[in-house]
Structure formats: C-alpha cells, structure tokens
Design a protein around this ligand. Sequence first.
Ligand code: SF4
Ligand code: SF4
Length: 415
Amino acid sequence: MGQWVKLICGASYQDMPTVRRLVMLYALAGVDCIDVAADGAVVAAARQGLRDAQWLSDYLGNRSYLIPDFPWLMVSLNDSEDPHFRKADFDAARCPAECDRPCEPICPTAAIQFQSPQVGGVTTDLCYGCGRCIAVCPVGNIEARPYLANPEAFSTGHLAQIDAVEIHTQTGHQAQFDQLWQRLQPWRAHLKLVSISCPDHDQVVPYLWDLYNTMAPLGVPLIWQTDGRPMSGDLGKGTTHATIRLAKKILEAGPPGYVQPAGGTNGYTVDKLIALGLVNQASPAALLDDVQPDQLPAPQPAGVTYHDSALARARTNISGIAYGSYGRSQVLPLLDAIDQELQPWLGKNFPDQLAQGQHTSLPYLKSTASAARPPWQRLEDTALGQGLTLARQIVAQLKPEGQTSNGQTLDDPNP
Ligand code: SF4
Ligand code: SF4
C-alpha cells in the first residue's frame, strides 16, 4: 500500500545492546521490518528487542505505541565484496605521533578509541563499515577488511527466528548471486519475503531482470531495494538523490516487485518523493476498495505476468522506504539514558546480560517488573519518550500515526 517502513540496523553492526534498544524503539514506533546482521547473536538481541517492545507497549498507556503488526525480522547477506560487509582495521603503533586523530571523532558509533597516542584501535562489533575513518586518515593507515556473510552459519533454530532475507548484489555479479541463491534453498521454506539490494549502474535494469528470472517462481513478495549512496543518510540533505534516481529507473523499467529506496534516505526523502509524485497519496482502504481479494499484492510469485491492479498501482509509486544511518543517528544519543531509565524498572542486571551473550526471557521481565509500574509520571519527560517521539516522526513521514501497512487502523473494531 506504499507505507512499508524498514529500519536498517546495519549488515555489519554487531553491538547487541544497541541493536536491542533500536529494535525496541522502532518496533514501538511502527516499522514493518527490521534488518540486522546475519549473526545468530544479533538476531537473538533483535528478537529480545521485539519482546521488550511488545511487553513495554502494554505499560505505556499510550495508543500511539500499541503494536498492531509485529515487525518482521530480516537478515542481510552479500554475494560478493560490498561496502556494507566490511570492517575497518589499523595498527595504532603505525600512526604518526603528531596525528590529531581525525578518525576518532568522525566514527558515528565511537568504534575507534585511543587510550593514548599510538595506543588504540577499532572495536570490531561497533564498526559497520561506513568508511568515513578511512577517508580522513592522512596517511592511509586504515584498511577495510571485507567478508562474506555465511548463510550456513545459521542453524534451523536461527532460521525459525527470521522472516526475511536481503541479498546485497551488484550489476555483473550474476554468477556469485546464483551461487548464493543455491545455498539459500534450505532457507526458502522459512521466508515470507525476499529483498534484493543493488546500487545503480548503466546496466542495472537488465541485471535485475536476470535476477528475477533466476528466482522465478519465488512464491513470496519481492522487494527491489534501490541502494543509492550507502550508509550516508546522516550526512546531509543531498545524500537522498541517488536512491530516488535509481527508484525511478526501476519503477519505469525494472522487473515486477516492490520498489523501496535505501542508502542515503533521511528526513528529506519522503518530501522529495511526494514532490515527484512517487508516493501513494490515497488511503490504503481506498486502494483496497477496488481490488478483489485474489488480486492482493502478496504473495507475488516471480515469473507471473504483471497484471493485477494492486501491483500495477504499486508500480507507479514506491512501496516503502528503509532508513539506516539516519534512523540510528536520531536516537543513538538517547540510548544510554533510556537504559538508565529501564534498569531500575526491569531489573538491575538487565542490559549486562546481553553484553555477556545471555538473553533475558519474557517471563523474567514480567516477574521482575510486574510488581512495579513504570517509574515516570509523564512519558514525554523521559529519554524513552523522546526516543519514541523521534522514531515515530521518522516512521510517520510515510505511515501516518495509527495506521498499519496492511490498511487497518488502530481504532478499527473489526480489523
Ligand atoms: S568510521 Fe565507519 S568504518 Fe570507520 S570504524 Fe567507524 S563505523 Fe567503522
Ligand atoms: S587518522 Fe590515521 S594516522 Fe591518524 S590516528 Fe587515525 S588511523 Fe592513525
């Protein structure tokens, strides 16, 4: 219906306590999907964040933060070298003593820290590969270490915890894509959605058609994520143009499937998309009115002729949007304070357990917290309230408050 919103935690981002809190905030703010690293521990942290959100929504006493549809959990994989799948690394002993360390403040996640001159380095779990430190190092001392996410590392138990997969690919990588697609066959039965993330290229349209034919028949909805300027949405207004250009190109000539911009998306993107006429302005209910149930856009088997009216409408507009570094940067400064607020309420050792790789169960939370109501009088006076407001403002740009992506409203007694 054109109101799908996804939060990208980062294909390489493995800071589990932060992932958990990001997931909690954005789930309460109404995102439809959350994209995390293909790492079992990160998936577990994200699921814990979803449970926190579900449970917290009961206590907030605020209809804005009821969760009508639980967001889907997506993991990202790469078929070949890709900037989203790399970690920065350097030997601090080789840094010139007189360097004023521009790498340290430019890192958005504080992954680079020095204890003293020429003593420090990158905390790998915090690095998501944005490359900003590499660009500012005056002597080229920082290297990017690429890696391939390994789908076989996912056990059957892990697969049961995820809903969707995203494959990062690039024009010309058909052979690598085919290989990864074959390795993903054991995943197929678990997936509700497949997303393909690809940057622009003068041959990108025929390349995506080739991928479409490789995957046909797919049997679940397919998203083309137009990866404009990767990991840049927090850098400024102009970063959004590349993804919009690519989205237009795929809408006009790309294969069937939903089109969703990412890579450089920020607070300006939806306004720009609306100005270009690429956002559905009709209410979801109005769209559904003239579509028969058997014409609904999901599931949409790849290889089927692209004819039904719902999909035809979707193809004139983007179907959703994903926020990565912009969405994270808006709430990251509040996460420590939110932890402080939640700790006395939810239990003293609550955040530490995740850092140690343990995962708090919902019954633990309930038994600990049921004796106490939230310690705040007014949610809006808390860091949690501020974080929720910021996250909600981002989500609401495409999905008005109180509306779910499947067209239900929270006030509808018979959704
Ligand atoms: S600036 Fe980016 S690439 Fe460098 S350490 Fe930080 S997150 Fe990693
Ligand atoms: S900018 Fe480069 S040389 Fe300077 S401290 Fe950082 S890694 Fe070392």
